[in-house]
Design a protein around this ligand. Sequence first.
Ligand code: ADP
Length: 456
Amino acid sequence: MISKVLIANRGEIALRIARACRELGIRTIAVYSEADEQSLHVQLADEAICIGPPASAESYLRGDRIMSAAEIADVDAIHPGYGFLSENADFAEQCEACNILFIGPRSETIRKMGDKALARETVSKAGVPIIPGSDGPVENEKEALRVAKKIGFPVIIKAVSGGGGRGMRIAHNAVSFTKEFLTAKMEAEKAFGDGTMYVEKYLESPRHIEFQILADKHGKILHLGERDCSVQRRHQKVIEEAPSPFLDKSLRNRMGKIAIKAAEAAEYENAGTIEFLVDAKGNFYFIEMNTRIQVEHGVTEEATGIDLIKEQIQIADGQRLGFDQKDVILSKHAIECRICAENPAANFAPSPGEITLYYPPGGHGVRVDSHVYGGYTVSPHYDSMIGKLMTYGRTRKIALDRMYRALSEYLIRGIHTNVGLCKSIVVDPAFRQGEATTSYVEEFLKRAPKELFEPK
Ligand code: ADP
């Protein structure tokens, strides 16, 4: 029985996990860097242990320090959240070796699916459609170019260890290919310590649609429907919703079944996400699996009524999933805006600093997951996301109208944010009509007047 959990993360997700634990009657241990002493997750947890200086490499990425904290606090389990050590197979393996439950899949699964080329191969063998591309990683730029010519331009060059939209480059022709390849490789070496690359056909303006999976330790795997995450800037998600305005029942069922197949091929346990790109005709292709909770998990929670963090903890504890596929009903429409400390008018430069005034929206159908408050200082050391605003309702229109209302209420002063930009997207006719593809934001930014980007 899990009775004490260490939360190996910070920010809103650390808070989210602490809340789920409290509802389950589980004690929580927060870890924090010197920059996060005043953070809400530290205050909300039952105990807190400082693990080092502000830089992530010296704190939240230090598996050794986190393991020491776990041993000192004598916890049963570690929840890694997303980012940081959540997809670090060595860390999960260390937990296994120390008899501490890692709330996530087994280390070997993380290793297998964390290598994007190997993940492609694994699911493809199980009959999951993948985008045409190289058979596994490419040796060098010459081999990569041969593959690119064979599959036809444009192509996308990707790092097998990539994540967060980094280490990816598009090449439109053979002339620019080598330069793009070497740049992507260098970026990947720097960001992930691994410059192994693979090549895929670049799909023009697809939709990004991903399926939420839950798998218990007794062989039951279910999907909780999809999230449409097509509203992206530089391959990073900005707005997500569930269900997707593009899918009908039949395509949802087909994709859901294939997503389960992919999870089976990975011998998956716990919560995971199968990401697909979908073309205008409804053809869909696997791009990767995320072996952790996602930032955008909340829209699935609000659409289905299922608490994913609690499910994760119960699965890790060996409990059986308490419902079947037929019980999973997307009875609401939910949408999320990622609220970031950044300045859209200055090319989205991060905007750290003190929040002088903070008033989050509330009311019917509104959820705010955030660790910030008035007087909180946004640190320059971490990701610029300061919160997630979710709204939900019976229909997509209700959820979108509610989002506009909630964004209009959201007061954050002292720093720049993307609240104004989100507001203008939520009322944009193309977005409202459900037409957004992964090229949407770029196109929108070209036609949107600059003053729209500034919060009023
Ligand atoms: P990461 O792990 O860095 O998030 P993904 O493989 O999940 O990378 O891709 C992120 C985004 O990049 C996708 O949602 C999509 O917008 C774009 N992308 C990735 N692969 C392709 C492709 N083959 N064709 C077109 N767009 C792609």
